[in-house]
Design a binder for this molecule. Structure first.
Ligand SMILES: [Zn+2]
Length: 419
């Protein structure tokens, strides 16, 4: 194993010394509920603010909605240089009231069996803690690096809301640096440099309707909807026009992609996918259905434009005059340089810490990192495995948590101390 330079070894030693403090901060963070909806994150924001205040670190609250504030801190190194931004979200998925499947209560932040348990442990209070601690350790040694480091902990992520990262990138220019690092759940074996873009469409099929015996009197909206759904599969035949470096990274990371997101995911990362998430309609078994709503979740890979998909959808609609369509949500796919300096730092540090090199991949799901990529700022996600994410018994092992902290701290230091 290669030896680390003195500063980096000192950072690792400090993390080892502070192990109990780090786990305690993380577990209490998980133990402070911040479900969204409803999205009131005041107590979780106070948990972060208390720590930063006690350590004497610069920060302020940016709160277009005081119930869901964002924590923003900026600190400068010894000389001008590059600007690294750290980003994580404070809000978490909600939990169904009385869900008895949790071994430890969803808001317990229990530390047991070498793991921290509770809603938001992996998505993403482990990663947000890594951002906060990276800001903490690097702020304490500002004379040893150049440039600027900005911390952004945001409140309104889980619902694609406007009060969190979207507000910051639009209204607070200091959060737009030269590179972004984020600890959303992913896998220790992969670095996410891009993500697919969701396009959610709602179709409404309407007919006259009739008595169920009088099928000659009206077209059936349910049967028409079934044909419409079949025809929509055409979008999955669209082929992407990928930048060559993205195509190369994906080809080199097929195994890693399947490992990170499940067998079969490498096949669909570069494809348009169609999920029919919801079908509702009809009134009664002995009536001809006169109204059916179909909600489709289409995912665009890097290299496919919205216009290309919509042209296919319009062709389908032209064959179904009984159907209307509306767009519920669209986020373009995003990507950045898969072989950048930051990717190299993360790979070198993980190699040192764990003995393997994570590979750059594109993820299926979305994160706030896309908002930086939309502005041509390279943005990378390196976080813990998604155990129990969006389900029950969400947890992160203390080893995985500390690994993400170490990887972020060392890579941020490398980025700001070189070149
Ligand atoms: Zn998340």
């Amino acid at each position: 194993m290669a030896t680390m330079n003195a500063e980096k070894q000192a950072l690792l030693d400090a993390i080892e010394r502070d192990r109990d403090m780090l786990v305690d901060f993380f577990a209490r963070f998980v133990g402070t509920p911040s479900p969204n909806p409803p999205g009131d994150t005041r107590k979780a924001v106070a948990h972060i603010a208390r720590f930063l205040e006690a350590q004497g670190h610069a920060f302020r609250l940016v709160d277009p909605d005081p119930l869901q504030a964002n924590v923003v801190g900026t600190t400068d190194g010894a000389a001008p240089g590059k600007h690294l931004v750290l980003n994580g979200h404070i809000d978490v998925f909600p939990v169904e009231e009385g869900d008895a499947r949790w071994t430890h209560g969803p808001w317990s932040g229990a530390v047991a069996d070498g793991k921290v348990w509770g809603r938001g442990a992996c998505d993403m209070k482990a990663g947000t803690t890594a951002s906060i601690m990276t800001y903490h350790y690097l702020s304490r040694m500002r004379s040893r690096w150049k440039g600027r480091l900005t911390l952004t902990c945001v409140s309104d992520e889980e619902t694609f809301g406007p009060m969190g990262a979207r507000h910051l990138v639009e209204k607070v220019p200091e959060v737009l640096g030269d590179c972004l690092l984020n600890g959303e759940p992913s896998s220790p074996f992969s670095i996410r440099f891009g993500e697919k873009g969701p396009l959610w469409l709602a179709f409404e099929v309407r007919t006259r309707g009739a008595h169920g015996a009088y099928v000659h009197a009206s077209e059936n909206a349910a049967k028409l909807a079934a044909r419409l759904i079949q025809d929509l599969e055409a979008v999955t035949e669209i082929r992407p026009d990928m930048p060559p470096d993205v195509a190369r990274a994906l080809a080199e990371a097929r195994e890693t992609t399947d490992r990170a997101m499940g067998p079969g995911s490498a096949d669909i990362v570069p494809r348009v996918t169609l999920n029919i998430g919801r079908v509702a309609g009809g009134l009664k078994v002995n009536m001809v259905a006169d109204r059916v709503r179909v909600e489709a979740d289409i995912r665009l890979p890097v290299g496919v434009e919205l216009a290309t998909v919509m042209a296919e959808v319009e062709k389908v609609l032209a064959r179904h005059p009984q159907a209307t369509m509306e767009v519920i949500n669209f986020q373009p796919p995003s990507s950045c340089d898969p072989f950048s300096e930051m990717v190299g730092h993360l790979q070198d540090n993980v190699q040192h810490l764990r003995g393997f090199r994570p590979k750059p991949i594109v993820s299926l799901g979305g994160t706030d990192a896309r908002l930086w990529r939309y502005r041509a700022i390279p943005a990378y996600v390196y976080g813990p495995p998604p155990a129990g994410m969006g389900s029950f018994d969400e947890h992160v092992s203390i080893d995985d948590f500390l690994h993400v902290v170490r990887s972020h701290v060392l890579s941020a230091y490398d980025y700001l101390s070189r070149g």
